[in-house]
Design a protein around this ligand. Structure first.
Ligand code: BTN
Length: 245
C-alpha cells in the first residue's frame, strides 16, 4: 500500500528528501526513512536533534484532492494516529499538545512537521514528517531545548523501531483515508480525548502578546478553542503557541 520505501543511513532531512522527489509520478504514498538527519527540521524553523540509529525519522507523502485550505486539521489527525499506535504498543499515557506535539507528562516524545505543495483549491501534496524519540540516549540529546522523553524511556523496556514503524504506518494510512473522505470533524472527539490540556488553564503566546484562558478543545476544523472570561475564541495553528498556565 506504499508506492515506495526509501531508506538512508544519512540524509539532510527526510522531509527535504520527500520534497525534492514530489514531482515523481509515484510520489503519492512514498515513505522516506533515515537513521540520521544532518539538518532535521522542527516546527517554527527550529532544529530537530536527530542522533544516529536511536529514533524514528520518517516522511510520508500523501496526495489530497482537497486544496490546502481544507487540510487545517490534518496535522492533528496525524497526531491521533501516532498516539493511538503508541497506545497499542503499550504506552497508555501518551497525550497530544495542540496542534500535534506528542507528550508523556510534560516531556516531548515526538513531533510532526507537515509541508505542503499545492494551491488553495486544487490537488495538494503533503509531506508528513514524524520524528519520534524511541531510544535516544541522554548524551545524544544535549542540543534538545525542552524536556524530552523516549518510548523506551517511558516504557522502561527496549522497543523495536520496526514494530513501532509498522504500527504507526498501519494506523496513519487508515486515518488519512478517513480524513480524505470525512475531514477533521470525524476525529474531533478522539483528538480531545488525547488532549494533554483539555479544560486546563493555558497561556497563549501570540508573538510578544500573551493571552490566558481555559482550553476547551478544538472546533470541527482543528482550530483551538479558548474560553476567555466566558467568551470562546478560536485560534489557528501557526498563529499561537500554547503553554500550561
Ligand atoms: C516539531 O518541531 O515538533 C516537529 C518535528 C518533526 C521532526 C521530523 S523527523 C522526520 C521529518 N524530517 C524532518 O526534518 N523533520 C521531520
Amino acid at each position: 500500500r506504499l508506492s515506495q520505501v526509501v531508506s538512508k543511513q544519512v540524509i539532510d532531512s527526510t522531509n527535504l528528501m520527500a520534497l525534492r522527489e514530489l514531482n515523481q509520478p509515484d510520489a503519492h504514498r512514498s515513505l522516506y526513512l533515515a537513521e540520521y538527519q544532518e539538518s532535521g527540521k522542527g516546527r517554527r524553523g527550529r532544529r530537530w536533534v536527530s542522533p544516529f540509529a536511536s529514533n524514528l525519522y520518517m516522511s510520508l507523502v500523501w496526495r489530497f484532492q482537497q486544496g490546502v485550505a481544507a487540510l487545517e486539521g490534518l496535522s492533528l489527525v496525524v497526531g491521533v494516529a501516532v498516539a493511538e499506535a503508541l497506545q497499542a504498543y503499550g504506552l497508555s499515557d501518551v497525550k497530544l499538545k495542540w496542534p500535534n506535539d506528542l507528550l508523556v507528562g510534560q516531556s516531548k516524545l515526538g513531533g510532526i512537521l507537515l509541508e505542503m505543495q499545492g494551491d488553495a483549491s486544487g490537488e495538494c501534496h503533503v509531506v508528513i514528517g514524524i520524528g519520534l524519540n524511541v531510544a535516544m540516549h541522554e548524551s545524544a540529546a544535549t542540543g534538545v531545548d525542552q524536556p524530552w522523553t523516549s518510548v523506551a524511556g517511558a516504557l522502561k523496556r527496549p522497543v523495536s523501531r520496526n514494530e513501532l514503524l509498522m504500527a504507526i504506518l498501519e494506523r496513519l494510512i487508515g486515518r488519512l483515508e478517513v480524513f480524505s473522505q470525512q475531514g477533521f470533524s470525524a476525529f474531533k472527539s478522539q483528538w480531545e480525548a488525547l488532549h494533554a490540556y483539555q479544560n486546563d488553564d493555558i497561556t497563549l503566546h501570540l508573538g510578544s502578546k500573551q493571552i490566558s484562558g481555559r482550553c476547551v478543545g478544538v472546533d470541527e476544523h482543528g482550530a483551538l478553542l479558548v474560553d476567555q472570561g466566558g467568551e470562546v475564541k478560536t485560534y489557528h495553528a501557526g498563529e499561537v503557541s500554547v503553554r500550561l498556565h
